[in-house]
Design a protein around this ligand. Structure first.
Ligand SMILES: Cc1cc2nc3c(=O)[nH]c(=O)nc-3n(C[C@H](O)[C@H](O)[C@H](O)COP(=O)(O)OP(=O)(O)OC[C@H]3O[C@@H](n4cnc5c(N)ncnc54)[C@H](O)[C@@H]3O)c2cc1C
Length: 552
């Protein structure tokens, strides 16, 4: 798997374009006041930026080469810059500014668990720090070395650990190496008729180990569960040896060591492999589009689906702002599309009494045998109808399914034109959904006003559980003339995150803590909770050699 751009999302040469989406530029101009034209803030060339020299001691370099082999120890400037950070908005802005504070001195690529153990051993002996690197898609500042770190910094790139090792068919358990990327694990499982079913938006550029280390969640979590549900066993190299959590469906062995590794962000050790629950590839898989009169109606329908006996794979509903955005990103319409769209709008207004400006677009996914899918569609259809919703068929769902991994590129498209866009996500019980949504809207628009910008906030429900759901907010604004984009971004982002914890929601549902969310952690898990985590990290890694400064 090739490394992502050092300044943005995805591979060099792959970009988002508005050229084939005629409504997008007018929409952006209307909501942000940004005239979408040619690039005005292109990323600089790396050769023009001051990349700090590697300060890798010669003796440590020799030991690392001995551990993994010569071509797998890199002090190349581009390699070190790519591994310096993840893909949060703060990461991207500072990368583009050439603000390289403490980039790794070396990137090391082990090919086996034994090599990982040897790298960790020599790193600790040399008093160096080790930062595990999966796909580099972290959005929470989980990959950057602390600014004042004086010890050598090793980025441990796990991409060579990319194999599916075995499948226990009767148990539907698959053992795989931790550096395997999303498409590659699905391809290896698919050849034998299985799927993991874990599809985060970052799927193409993130790894099994990274998903575990951040407690990730994918869009099909309603059926497959979050990564925390999917991981049944794992192996992790720690300073005191290799931790083995054996793969069993459930266990009563004190506080769960497996759960402690989940979300540990490289602070407890290097995950080398995991045993995950897999399922047979479904005979049928479809995502249907629905419209609801309002976001509240859509949320109520999702809640009723979660409470019912229906078994769906995806539940997603966008608020009115996000629905408008989705429609604005539609490709150039044919005459037939236009006629159909006008007919649908007229039907919604006249026959169903919709106020089209408040309408909420929703996607619900179904998987399994033909009979199961048909039965679930019927059962869900009744719930949708009860909340005033309307099925608009499989076309929009298929389009969403094809394009979902392209969405991350839009952030770079906006940054290239001077605008900031980012996300904040949370989870809460069903009873708190609307209060949290309303409070975040009030807080975000107050923050836009404080900064003095015209901002836009949109939201969707992205994962449903029996007890509650995840709300995923996206916000964008054009910084004030001469203003500091990062300082203004901080005001908006902080207002949203603070509202989450004040309103009884969690600081993050699936993006982890890193450094971005660390200041709210105590409000979320309480002071004794933070003390317990500190004791766990200090006890496991007393020399603070493993990704120091993250989470707490
Ligand atoms: C545009 C975008 C969309 C995203 N969408 C989603 C989404 O839908 N769902 C979701 O859950 N997340 C999402 N994320 C966040 C991110 O993709 C996840 O956190 C992902 O799980 C990180 O995996 P990675 O392999 O890229 O890990 P990295 O970013 O490389 O690392 C993340 C953290 O895990 C640690 N780590 C990585 N591998 C190991 C290992 N083998 N052993 C120990 N520690 C390790 C690192 O040290 C670091 O602390 C998104 C991010 C972006 C930028």
């Amino acid at each position: 798997m090739a490394a992502m751009k050092w300044w943005g999302w995805g591979l060099e040469g792959v970009e988002f374009t508005h050229a084939d989406k005629p409504s997008l530029a007018p929409f952006i101009e209307e909501v942000l006041g940004l005239k979408v034209g040619p690039v005005t803030a292109a990323p600089p060339r790396l050769v023009d930026l001051p990349v700090p020299e590697s300060a890798l001691p010669e003796e440590l370099r020799g030991a690392l080469v001995h551990a993994v082999g010569d071509g797998l120890v890199s002090v190349d400037a581009l390699d070190r810059v790519v591994h310096a950070r993840g893909k949060s908005l703060r990461d991207l802005i500072r990368q583009r500014r050439g603000d390289f504070v403490r980039i790794p001195d070396v990137v090391v690529r082990p090919g086996s668990e034994a090599e990982v153990a040897e790298v960790l051993r020599v790193a600790i002996a040399a008093d160096a720090i080790v930062i595990a690197f999966g796909g580099g898609s972290s959005i929470s500042g989980s990959l950057e070395a602390p600014a004042g770190e004086t010890r050598p910094v090793i980025s441990l790139d796990l991409a060579r650990l990319d194999k599916l090792l075995e499948i226990d068919g009767p148990s539907r358990l698959a053992r795989a190496q931790a550096g395997v990327f999303g498409p590659h694990i699905e391809e290896q499982l698919g050849r034998q008729g299985y799927t993991l079913g874990h599809l985060p938006d970052s799927f193409t550029h993130s790894t099994l180990g990274g998903w575990i280390a951040t407690r990730s969640s994918g869009m099909q979590s309603d059926r497959y569960g979050d990564i925390a549900d999917l991981v049944k066993g794992l192996r992790m190299v720690t300073p005191s040896g290799t931790l083995v959590a054996r793969a069993v469906p459930a266990t009563s062995t004190g506080p769960s060591v497996r759960q402690m590794v989940l979300g540990s962000e490289g602070r407890l050790g290097i995950i080398t492999e995991a045993t995950v629950q897999v399922r047979r590839l479904p005979a049928q898989r479809t995502i249907l589009g629905y419209l609801f009169p309002t976001f509240s109606d859509g949320l109520a329908a999702m809640r009723d689906i979660a409470e019912s006996e229906c078994s769906v794979s995806v539940t997603r509903v966008s608020d009115a702002n996000e629905t408008r955005f989705s429609f604005a990103t539609r490709k150039r319409a044919t005459l037939v599309d236009k006629v159909q769209s006008h007919a649908l709008q007229a039907f919604l207004r006249r026959r169903l009494g919709y106020d089209v400006s408040q309408m909420a677009l929703s996607f619900i996914g179904y998987e399994g045998s033909a009979g199961h899918v048909a039965a679930q569609r019927r059962a869900v259809g009744k719930i949708v109808k009860r909340h005033g919703g309307l099925c608009i068929g499989s076309g929009p769902g298929a389009l969403y399914d094809q394009k979902k991994f392209d969405t991350p590129y839009i952030r770079d498209f906006l940054l290239d034109r001077g605008a900031a866009a980012d996300v904040s996500e949370t989870a809460m019980p069903w009873s708190r959904l609307t209060p949290v949504y309303d409070a975040v809207n009030a807080a975000a628009y107050a923050a836009f006003a404080e900064v003095g910008v015209r901002g836009y906030l949109m939201c969707h429900l992205s994962h449903s559980y029996h007890a509650g759901a995840c709300l995923y907010f996206t916000f964008a604004f054009v910084p004030t003339p001469g203003g500091d984009i990062l300082a203004e971004y901080d005001i908006v982002k902080s207002a949203i995150q603070q509202t989450f914890v004040d309103a009884g929601a969690t600081v993050s549902h699936h993006h982890a803590v890193g450094t971005e969310h660390a200041r709210w952690l105590e409000q979320d898990i309480s002071a004794p909770g933070v003390k317990m985590l500190k004791a766990l990290f200090d006890g496991t890694d007393p020399g603070r050699h493993l990704n120091p400064g993250k989470i707490v």
